[in-house]
Structures are given as C-alpha cells and as structure tokens.
Write a protein that binds this ligand. Structure first.
Ligand code: ADP
Ligand code: MG
Length: 420
C-alpha cells in the first residue's frame, strides 16, 4: 500500500476555547491523502473546509492531533522549517488572489523565490516558461489591478507553481470568477494534477466541481461526514491524457480532432495496417469536424479496398462503428474539460517544432509572443493576415519582430496547420 503524502491524525481545532464564543473548526478529523490524488473538500460555508486546508498548509495549528505532510509533522516544525516547507512542499491558490498590488506581475510570481538562492538565469527561465504556459507573458510588467480576473488567477497559479511544490492547495479558487475564467482555473488544476502530477486539494462548496476529484471529503460541522471515491473519473482517467499528450508530441501538426481519432482508433483497429488506419482516421477527423456523418465512417469500414474502404464484414463494420462512436463520446466528454490543457501542451510542442523547422533563433520574449499568436489563431481569434502582421511587426511595437521573409514563411506554415 502506498504511503500517504498527507495524514491528519485525530486533529481538532478549537477557536476561543473555553469561551462562550468557542468554535470548533475541526473535530477529531483523521484522513489520508496519497500522492497525485485530486481531492475535493466539499461542504457548506462554515463547515470547516478552509480549516482543514490551512492545517495541511501549516497555516493553522491543531489544538489536538497531528498533521503529517511529506513526512514532516507540520504542527511541530519550527518557524524556519515552516518557511522552507511553504517554499518546497505546498503552493496555495486562494479565492482572493493575494497579489500584491504595487508589485509587477513578474515580481508577484517570483515572490516565493525571493529567499531561494537560485541563479538569475534559472529563475528567469522558470518565469518565462510559466508565463508562456499561462498566457501571461505580455502582462508581466503590469500591475495586478490592470489585469482581468482570469489573468489574475493565472498569475496566482504561476506564483503557486514557481517553486514546483509537491502539493497544490486551492481554497475556493473560482469563487470570484465568471464562468469562463472559472472553467479556465478548473482546467488548470486538472492539468496540474494530470500532467504535472501534483497532488491537488480543492476546497469548494460548489457541487459542479465534484467530478474533477478522485475522492471527495464531505465536510460538515468540522467533521468529515463521508468520503466518496469518484469511480467515473477513474474511467475517463489520466491515461487518456498522457496518451493524447504523447500523440500530440509525435504529431504536433495534427488537429486535435485528428489526434482524438488516432487515440480512439488505435484501440479499436489494432490489427489493421497503417494505411487502413489512416483512411479511417481521416473520416473520423471529418466526423469530429462535422464534415462527415457516422454513416460515412461506416462506409469506409465496410467498403471494399477499390472503393477506398478497408473491407470489413458488414456486421463487424457496424459493431466497430458503435465502438468508435462510444469511445469518441467518452473521449470528447473528457476533452471538453481539460481541452485547454491539451491545447497548451500541443501549442508549446507546435511552437517548438516551428522554431526548429524554420531554424529560427528567437529570444524567450519573442517565443512568448509567438505562442500567444498561435493560441489566438488556434482559438480563431485572429486571421492568417493578422498572424503575418504580428510576426512581422517590430518587437517594440508588440510584434515578434521577424524579417518579412521569415514572417511570411512562418505565417504560411501556421496557416497550413490551422486551415481545415
Ligand atoms: P469553510 O471554509 O468551510 O467555510 P472554515 O474552516 O473557514 O469553514 O470555518 C469553520 C468554522 O470555524 C466556522 O464556524 C468559522 O466561523 C470558524 N472559524 C474559522 N476561523 C476562525 C478564527 N480564526 N476564529 C474563530 N473562528 C473561526
Ligand atoms: Mg473557507
């Protein structure tokens, strides 16, 4: 049996003990959380969720019991050790982002590193990669109050990650956000869990976020009422993500629809040849793009070779079609949520491949601008012409600052990738 990374042993927290105003934040709570789990503490306001999270973060001391995190007794460690613990073990994302308003975004993110003796270069690289990942490269010099709520949240996330903590704690992180930014934040947490393999604990009173969890602790009146394992989530599971991630790395130029087709078909059409697989992939990709029907897929499965099919028996073609549609549904349900995670991954890979392929030598800020352009083109927010313009525009004017010919080549390449 794996060892838990977090253990609460009969922990109680009493506020104002012995007074009339005495409140129990936690009552004799015992729990075990394992590495890479995604845990939700769920319950109504005032039930004690934040108290549990703060205990784990070492921000709250138990009145009774023990809190062991990553082999350390957090309730007993010295102030000095606690500072180190906060630097290396936990990263916290709060609802109120706690960004410091008179520091730039960049300095806010670097704050947790202030007392770490890291070479400037390493620090800058980490900053740049997080900024690129969260799409905040352009706002690093701004002040937090110049950003949208979603951007602030991403800055807070980048700050939580700058020291690469083992555990990410999020206390009602989406409470203040509109639904779009809430979705982005939830995707982010999911990504941290699945891709970065962080243990994630989310505190929420909102049942809409329960499906993200591996396990849910229902909290009430300072106690854990019940613990529920989310079997559904295990079915949609992390395997699909890492497989898609792997595919995205091997085929950076493929559309996400094509990657999904590949993923699903690999499983269904195992004994078929590569060229057969390609034929079906193509039609499934079209289907996902709503340019073909399920009947078209069946036709490719069923038709003889000379008609462009792969010559299955009719009966088998029908069964195979059902299986494909079923798997696609599962995969899509899954991709609808961590979609951004996948595209971020694909995006970075794509950007890298483009830079390598055209033998470009770009500074990190230039790469970030390129990423931003790719992201916007991917989301169909800008046209191919706009892509060219922004590649060509001098860096000081907000562009990537390539020369005309390179900008032209690169924008043509990008166009060919994104056109459907
Ligand atoms: P939740 O996060 O689920 O809303 P909390 O963990 O913040 O709940 O609070 C649990 C209970 O403890 C509540 O009744 C709250 O009022 C009380 N509480 C929390 N922090 C303090 C404190 N510092 N002093 C007194 N009571 C507190
Ligand atoms: Mg709370």
């Amino acid at each position: 049996m794996a060892k838990p990374i977090i253990q609460l042993k009969s922990v109680s927290v009493v506020y104002q003990p012995g007074e009339v105003s005495e409140v129990w934040g936690a009552r004799d709570v015992s729990l075990e959380i394992f590495t890479q789990e995604y845990i939700v503490f769920f319950g109504p306001s005032g039930s004690g969720k934040s108290t549990l999270l703060n205990l784990i973060a070492g921000l709250e001391k138990p009145s009774k019991g023990q809190v062991i995190v990553n082999d350390q007794d957090v309730s007993k460690i010295s102030e000095q050790a606690l500072i180190e613990f906060h630097r290396t073990t936990t990263g916290i994302i709060f609802q109120a982002f706690y960004l410091i308003s008179n520091l730039s975004v960049k300095d806010n993110i670097l704050l947790p590193q202030m007392f770490r003796k890291l070479p400037k270069k390493v620090r800058e690289q980490k900053l740049a990669s997080l900024a690129a990942r969260f799409g905040i490269g352009e706002v690093l010099v701004k002040k937090p109050n110049e950003l949208s709520g979603g951007q602030q949240q991403r800055v807070a996330a980048a700050r939580a990650l700058i020291n690469d903590p083992l555990i990410v704690l999020a206390d009602e992180p989406v409470g203040n956000l509109d639904s779009k930014n809430a979705e982005i934040t939830m995707q982010l947490l999911q990504e941290l869990n699945l891709r970065d393999r962080k243990t994630v604990i989310l505190v929420t009173h909102d049942p809409r976020y329960l499906p993200y969890a591996d396990r849910i602790y229902y909290v009430k009146d300072g106690s854990v009422e019940k613990v529920v394992v989310n079997h559904k989530k295990q079915k949609i599971d992390s395997k699909a993500v890492s497989e898609l991630d792997k595919l995205a790395q091997s085929f950076p130029y493929y559309s996400s629809q094509r990657l999904m087709a590949k993923l699903v078909l690999n499983e269904v059409l195992l004994p078929y040849s590569y060229s057969d697989l390609e034929k079906v992939e193509e039609v499934v990709e079209k289907y996902l793009l709503k340019k073909a029907t399920s009947g078209d897929i069946q036709k490719v499965l069923d038709d003889p070779y000379e008609k462009g099919g792969i010559d299955m028996y009719s009966q088998k073609a029908k069964q195979t079609l059902d299986k494909i549609l079923d798997l696609l549904k599962q995969a899509q349900a899954f991709a609808a949520k961590p979609g951004a995670a996948l595209s971020q991954q694909q995006l970075r890979q794509l950007s890298k491949s483009l830079i390598a392929e055209l033998a470009l030598s770009l500074t990190l800020p230039q790469q970030n601008r390129l990423n931003e352009i790719l992201l916007q083109r991917m989301a169909d927010k800008i046209s191919d012409e706009e892509v060219f313009k922004r590649l060509d525009l001098p860096f000081k004017d907000g562009g990537v600052g390539l020369n005309k010919r390179t900008a032209h080549n690169l924008s043509r390449k990008i166009q060919s990738i994104f056109e459907e």
